[in-house]
Design a protein around this ligand. Structure first.
Ligand code: ACO
Length: 338
């Protein structure tokens, strides 16, 4: 007999928790001294203006999906699940292996997650946290039980190695998290996400899409490389990350002092210092790895989260604040009960 709408059981609402993390960094280290050979710069300038000492660079045949798959395998092991349990794979990236298929589909093939639906999230450096919130929504409404979220970028493939304004800032890597509902934890308590397309051209790669297709002329004009207005990006990064952080803190009735560990986007130590100053918390409350990794774009906050979790910086029940910023503009913040 045909069921009435009232007889169809509604799905339970639940929140998602991060139950495992993993990360991967390529072997090759590019130091500031190495960059001094490539462009007119100095170790002192890079350290003073950015805080970066070195960054990792992926091999020529090492793609975003390879780094993402390694981070994913570590997260799967850390979570103690099987790969077949993964229902959804989300990859935040702006350096996909191919325009299509998505990098998430490449990762699915590499790790054998045959039961997963896969797609990429294009939100530049905010891609991982956007992915975490998309996962949270799918888990909350019971569409999926187990989601693998990855932030992975091979920025070395789109950096203009002749441009000292940008080439000193970036590195390659991947970080991953497994999300699932956990009855003993509130997990992701709240998230704020935002974008402002009016600032699209302060940080972008103009070529490679349908507006400026790949032609030898466009490649010769460096249109297929990352371009950035550094000062404006700096200003927008501080403003939007501060706004996003305050929104989620206010929503939960928390002060910055209630947070055990802040995990910010790893772009520039001075951006993080400006945030610490405005939030009135010591720098020691922030987890920072940009000195060793540079800015790894969508991977940055994911790698930092994995490092911080594995080093025991926080325990079950502690509150974390994740806050990111990226091209688009995009920005996001999340308060998470670990
Ligand atoms: N070595 C030496 N000198 C340099 C270098 C370099 N690598 N790069 C720039 N300079 C020079 C500039 O040419 C300029 O010289 P000029 O005064 O003769 O014109 C001078 O240094 C100062 O340049 P500024 O741009 O004013 O330097 P600033 O202190 O702003 O630092 C920086 C530049 C590091 C890029 C900073 O603006 C910054 O970090 N911005 C934000 C970057 C960011 O967050 N990007 C990514 C976020 S999102 C994502 O990751 C996708």
């Amino acid at each position: 007999m045909k069921k009435t709408l009232l007889e169809i059981p509604s799905k339970p609402r639940r929140s998602a928790s991060i139950i495992g993390t993993g990360s991967y960094l390529p072997e090759r280290i590019l130091t500031n001294a190495d960059l001094e050979v490539l462009v007119e710069t100095s170790h002192e300038w890079i350290v003073e203006r950015t805080g970066i000492l070195e960054r990792r660079i992926a091999g020529e045949k090492e793609f975003t999906s390879h780094m993402a798959a390694e981070a994913a395998k570590a997260a799967i092991e850390n979570a103690g699940i099987t790969v077949e349990e993964i229902d959804l794979i989300l990859v935040g990236t702006i350096t996909p292996d191919t325009v299509f298929p998505s990098t998430a589909c490449h990762v699915q093939r590499l790790i054998g997650a045959k039961n997963a639906t896969c797609f990429d999230v294009n939100a530049a450096c905010s891609g991982f946290l956007f992915g975490v919130e998309i996962a949270n929504q799918f888990i909350s409404n019971s569409t999926y039980d187990t989601v693998l979220v990855i932030g992975a970028d091979k920025l070395s493939s789109i950096v203009n190695w002749k441009d000292r304004n940008t080439c000193v800032l970036f590195g390659d890597g991947a970080g991953a998290a497994i999300l699932r509902s956990r009855p003993d934890s509130r997990g992701i308590i709240t998230t704020h996400m935002g974008s402002d397309g009016n600032y699209a051209d302060i940080l972008h790669m103009p070529g490679g899409g349908c507006a400026i297709p790949i032609t030898s002329e466009n490649i010769d004009s460096d249109l297929n490389t990352l371009q950035m207005n550094g000062r404006e990006t700096f200003k927008q990064a501080v403003t939007s990350m501060m706004r996003a952080a305050n929104i989620v803190l206010d929503r939960c009735g928390l002060t910055p002092q209630d947070i055990k560990c802040v995990i910010p986007h790893q772009a520039n130590i001075r951006i993080i210092e400006a945030m610490a100053d405005r939030l009135e918390v010591p720098m020691s409350q922030f987890h920072i790895n940009l000195d060793k990794c540079g800015n790894t774009s969508a991977a940055a906050v994911a790698i930092a989260l994995d490092e911080a979790a594995r080093s025991g910086r926080f325990e079950t029940g502690d509150l974390l604040l994740l806050v990111v910023f990226g091209g688009g503009l995009t920005y996001a913040s999340s308060i998470i009960e670990w």
